[in-house]
Design a protein around this ligand. Structure first.
Ligand SMILES: [Zn+2]
Length: 417
């Protein structure tokens, strides 16, 4: 089985190299945004007549002409410019398939990234701490190999390298292909005790059906100094005059702040998913359409949405916890260990009593407390939901709900049903 995985390394470019990296990112961003406009205009004018939209292979052929009009584009490796168009194709494919919104223009500081697709032109030297890429150490007289921090061995065949800026730092994500034996599933039959349900919440990121809350200790609390700092930066950015030096400074600070948040979230997701995958053969989660849940409640001028502020707060909370990434990483890690992820419908998991099955919105007393109006069963609301999710998974597997395993976690009230 060929497995793809990527390793991210921190780059330490010298000042001249950093200027070159920024220029390449700028060229790729320009090509991406021009390609996007071209697609949009083509669609508006010719869609009805031609019955098709543009494809990146066609746009790629126009790159030489574009380079003649804008000679500075020649400073960027041709492959990287082509990959920008391929990324654009993927963004449109995702849009057409309903997986994402209409592709947005790439913005400076926020989407500074480009990809080297040809393994023959890439060389990594972990011992010397060097990364060789086209225009960087490939030929005498170019910008020279980039110094990098390799914190783990590079095993497998290199497929591509993506260079990106996050805040003040540059990173390279090395995509590797490894041949590995597929994990053999445990031959013992799956019993109810092997199945774990997980509820994803906005206060406790992940709560499992055994009453164990995960992830909350790794993220900074809402309303903490970190959150305040971010708000201050956002306000300062709104106040700064467009095109001013101050604005550029604040933007960089804000980008650094967001990058730190993203690193923290990734770290949390990796730790939590590894722990869950190590300890459970079957994990059940609910199918949450993250995109529609995070869509703004603002509505339109004719039809203004309700609870705009509340929804906006919830949006940040949901995105903060990185649900989409959680599902992807958990599925991958379970597969490697011969385990399995089951996704069940999410409807009413928070309003159903895990004990008697009664469904009532009134049973959800507060954000944290569930008290069944029919049988009086009382539990942490997230735990109650996690049990419903597990039971839906069990039903799919044809198993009866297990005798409940009660394991009170520190600081948690667990009611025995
Ligand atoms: Zn009940």
């Amino acid at each position: 089985m060929a497995r793809h995985l990527s390793t991210r390394i921190r780059l330490n470019p010298d000042p001249a190299q950093e200027v070159a990296l920024r220029q390449i990112a700028g060229c790729c961003r320009l090509v991406y945004n021009l390609g996007r406009e071209q697609r949009r205009d083509f669609w508006r004018q010719y869609r009805a007549a031609e019955g098709r939209s543009l494809h990146w292979m066609g746009q790629k052929k126009e790159l030489p002409a574009l380079k003649e009009a804008a000679p500075f584009l020649a400073d960027a490796p041709a492959h990287c410019l082509q990959m920008a168009l391929q990324d654009l194709q993927r963004a449109f494919d995702n849009f057409y398939a309903g997986r994402a919104g209409y592709p947005q223009p790439r913005r400076k500081y926020e989407d500074d990234s480009f990809r080297f697709p040809d393994p023959a032109q890439i060389r990594v030297d972990p011992r010397a701490g060097l990364l060789v890429l086209p225009k960087f150490g490939r030929r005498a007289g170019d910008h020279g190999a980039i110094r990098a921090v390799f914190h783990r061995p590079i095993r497998g065949r290199i497929r591509s390298v993506t260079v990106s800026r996050e805040g003040r730092h540059w990173y390279a994500s090395i995509l590797l292909e490894r041949r590995e034996k597929a994990a053999r599933p445990d031959p013992a039959p799956i019993t109810a005790a092997d199945v774990c349900g997980i509820d994803r919440g906005t206060v406790v990121p992940f709560m499992d059906s055994e009453g164990l809350a995960r992830g909350h200790a790794i993220l900074p609390a809402r309303g903490s100094g970190e959150a305040k700092r971010r708000r201050r930066l956002e306000q300062a950015l709104a106040r700064a005059k467009k095109g001013s030096k101050r604005r550029a400074k604040v933007r960089l600070k804000l980008a650094a702040h967001r990058a730190r948040e993203a690193r923290r979230r990734r770290d949390m997701i990796e730790k939590v998913t590894t722990e869950i995958a190590n300890n459970h053969r079957v994990v059940v989660i609910e199918n949450l359409p993250v995109r529609s849940m995070t869509a703004s409640a603002r509505g339109t001028v004719e039809d203004p949405g309700a609870n705009v502020a509340q929804k906006a707060g919830l949006n940040t909370a949901i995105l903060d916890k990185g649900w989409g990434m959680f599902r992807i990483r958990l599925e991958q890690k379970l597969a490697l260990r011969g385990g399995r992820l089951i996704v069940v419908p999410a409807a009413f998991t928070s309003q159903t009593c895990a004990c008697c099955g009664h469904v009532a919105a009134e049973s959800r007393v507060t954000r944290d407390l569930f008290r069944c109006v029919s049988c009086g069963h009382e539990a942490h609301a997230d735990l109650n939901a996690a049990r419903n999710i597990r039971d839906r998974g069990l039903a799919l597997l044809g198993l009866a709900p297990s005798a409940r395993i009660e394991r009170p976690a520190a600081g948690m009230v667990v009611a025995v049903c």
